[in-house]
Design a protein around this ligand. Structure first.
Ligand code: CA
Ligand code: CA
Length: 161
């Protein structure tokens, strides 16, 4: 958790490059994701609305408070569980790995328009042992290395959070 706070501070300062002491509401989601958290759009919208006092500015303390209040959701265990759910969504036939067809159809479900080459490329990047399939560990690794991917797969797997 402490490491996350450091990451959060760093990302906050990057967003607040002018040193004003606050970020704009629309930056909250990106900030949390860059700091290694995995909130979905619904969560961000809720927090933004709760926080809205007209100006929609978040100080670092505001962001920290949101993180602290949602410790359980932000914990790695919970994130792992969410990722496990997401993996299940991709692994449609439940045989423990994602093959090319499953990858392709799920990306289409998520509204990701990708060419055949892009899909091949994505699989190649995930497929660390080169057997042409994406196993759970490979999936986790891919998602952890790509904050944007966490966001994408978790939004689908955990619509209510
Ligand atoms: Ca499968
Ligand atoms: Ca593999």
């Amino acid at each position: 958790m402490l490491l996350h706070i450091f990451a959060l501070r760093e990302c906050f300062d990057e967003h607040d490059y002018e040193g004003t002491g606050y970020i704009d509401g629309y930056e909250l989601g990106d900030l949390l994701r860059e700091a290694g958290f995995a909130p979905n759009d619904h969560f961000i919208q809720e927090k933004t609305e709760q926080h809205d006092q007209g100006d929609l500015k978040f100080t670092f303390e505001d962001v920290l408070e949101i993180v602290n209040e949602n410790r359980s959701e932000f914990s790695m265990d919970n994130q792992k569980e969410n990722l496990r759910q997401a993996f299940k969504v991709f692994d449609k036939d439940g045989n423990g790995y994602i093959d090319r067809e499953e990858f392709k159809s799920q990306l289409q479900n998520l509204g990701e328009e990708m060419t055949e080459e892009e899909i091949d490329d994505l699989i190649a990047r995930c497929d660390l042992d080169g057997d042409g399939k994406v196993h759970y560990e490979e999936f986790i690794k891919m998602v952890e290395d790509n904050p944007g991917a966490i966001h994408m797969v978790l939004n689908e797997a955990e619509p209510e959070w």
